[in-house]
Ligand binder design. Structure first.
Ligand SMILES: NC(=O)c1ccc[n+]([C@@H]2O[C@H](COP(=O)([O-])OP(=O)(O)OC[C@H]3O[C@@H](n4cnc5c(N)ncnc54)[C@H](O)[C@@H]3O)[C@@H](O)[C@H]2O)c1
Ligand SMILES: [Zn+2]
Length: 342
């Protein structure tokens, strides 16, 4: 087995592995797992999974719902899954979010693990125990925080991922460098070609580093009252852009990071050269860096999202490459800033 990264949370430990062909390790699990597999992953990589009981999960964000959870619960009853069973979610972030929620609620909770099959899933969604579904178009409205027993980041699965999905995942990779490690950001700057071409040695180093950074942050702040908020760098504006433009999450986060970096500069926290370096790395990855947006519409999305949590937002800024902090910004001030930035 590959060398593991351990995430020690309050109630559970997660063993995280990064490497090629990890899915072949399923046969060594005890008890024999019941798999919840993304339909597309099943059709592309079924040979690793078809000797186990499989519950297919429909592919796509629109199926990340309580109805899908209910259907899977029923299927688990039919398969006579019980409290001693082991469930393994196999897929991207949609599948692992759903599978983790199913496993956390079925019979009040059964053991579960993940095989993450997208870059975003491997470096972000599968790590940290946030499981849940959307409700009436609101993202992740219903869910729990519960850590999986293990996560396998199987790099071999990434070879079939759509190019655009893969590149979007690189945005989250760059995010870790931006908020936590200048040296990792430099590494990405030097090895972006290897990342883009799925050079397995480079990819293993990169995914391992991202997972370690996320595990470290989650360990310190599992329930997001402090440092875990830094992971939202680029996301406040990114989410609003994503809603407005119907582009991929990672593409919107790339633009959101550019704006957050420029804002950090405007506020006198970050040098202009650092902003350019971040923009160049994002562009080299093939991500969009020029946020074409209407500041009023973006502001409107943010305001609607924040209605419940008051007149201020926690905005993640940089005071250096590799170093982030949170500042509370009143919504009214943000509106003015958006106009200045666009
Ligand atoms: N829990 C968390 O902490 C957390 C963090 C970030 C994101 N998320 C969630 O993750 C979701 C996004 O995840 P995603 O980007 O992985 O999306 P996804 O799960 O929808 O996968 C993207 C697409 O790729 C396909 N796919 C998956 N693996 C493949 C493979 N190996 N080869 C070919 N196709 C493959 C899927 O069928 C889907 O069409 C969102 O719902 C988001 O809310 C959760
Ligand atoms: Zn994200």
């Amino acid at each position: 087995m590959e060398q593991g990264i351990r995430l020690s949370a309050r109630h559970a430990e997660t063993e995280i592995s990064v490497g090629e062909n990890l899915s072949s390790g399923l046969k060594n699990l005890d008890p024999r797992p019941v798999l919840l597999v993304d339909e597309k992953v099943m059709s592309l990589h079924g040979q690793h999974f078809d000797s186990f009981p499989v519950v297919p999960i429909p592919s796509g964000e629109q199926y990340k719902t309580i109805q899908t959870v209910e259907q899977i619960h029923r299927e688990l009853v039919r398969l006579e899954t019980d409290r001693s069973s082991l469930l393994v979610g196999v897929g991207g972030g949609v599948t692992t979010d759903v599978a983790g929620f199913v496993a956390s609620t079925y019979m009040r909770g059964v053991r579960f693990g993940f095989i993450a099959s997208t870059l975003l899933g491997q470096v972000d969604a599968s790590i940290g125990g946030k499981n849940g579904v959307n409700l009436d178009g609101y993202k992740n409205m219903v869910g729990v925080i519960r850590q999986p027993a293990f996560v396998w980041c199987d790099l071999s699965l990434l070879t079939t991922l759509a190019r655009r999905e893969y590149v979007a995942g690189i945005a989250e990779v760059i995010k870790y460098g931006a908020i936590r490690s200048r040296e990792f950001l430099n590494f990405l700057g030097d090895h972006m070609e290897g990342v883009r071409s799925l050079d397995m040695d480079v990819l293993k180093a990169v995914v391992t580093r991202c997972v370690s950074i996320k595990a470290d942050i989650v360990q310190q702040d599992e329930f997001e009252s402090g440092i875990r908020r830094l992971l939202n760098f680029g996301h406040t504006l990114g989410h609003a852009i994503e809603r407005d433009r119907k582009i991929l999450h990672g593409e919107a986060v790339a633009m959101g990071m550019v704006l957050a970096a420029r804002l950090s500069h405007t506020l006198g926290q970050l040098g202009a050269e650092s902003v350019s370096i971040l923009e160049r790395i994002l562009a080299d990855a093939g991500l969009p860096v020029e946020p074409e947006m209407d500041p009023d519409r973006i502001y409107d999305h943010i305001r609607k999202d924040k209605k419940k949590s008051g007149a201020q937002i926690h905005f993640v800024l940089l005071d250096d490459l590799g170093s982030a902090f949170v500042r509370k910004i009143p919504l009214t001030e943000l509106k003015k800033m958006l106009h200045d930035l666009c």
